[in-house]
Design a protein around this ligand. Sequence first.
Ligand SMILES: [Zn+2]
Length: 198
Amino acid sequence: MGYKKEEQYDDKVTSGLIENYRKTIELLGEDPEREGLQKTPERLAKAMQFLTQGYDMDASAVLNSAKFKEDIKDMVIVKDIELYSMCEHHILPFYGKAHIAYIPNGYITGLSKLARVVDIFSRRLQVQERLTDQILNCIKDALDPLGVAVVIEASHLCMMMRGVQKQNSVTTTSAFYGEFMKNTTRTEFLKLISSNLH
Ligand SMILES: [Zn+2]
């Protein structure tokens, strides 16, 4: 599922957004006809549709498209998955890394598919807590594993650029299921990703 520019945009949505963003620019005290801003509403309209395209994508289908029968019961970990999303309270970006682990119960999935799942749930208006849960539940439902763990560390521009201006604060959220509810399993996972935790 590549990013196909031609198919990405709904004409009706694009023109509606263009109108709104032109008005927004005006309300912010700028001149939407100024050369540098003339094409901005259209660019922004397309960027926002790209950044929210996750609504139209089926994360479970992605996992099921590369689901293989495999009789292993060792922890599978994918660390440092790049993540870019937008907080639904300010529509400003938050970005960071996701770390995912699961313990198979008869089935494994392609490792790159886990990164796709992160993208699909990130490209929506989000809160980090819900994003963490949605990734966990998707893996749990699609693979029926013995356990799933998801940790997300992210910096929120709404905190860094405005308000409290805590430039270096990183928000960490986590969700655990099954085997990872056990202290020993969870500790092993956290130790394996801990070089990345702040
Ligand atoms: Zn925010």
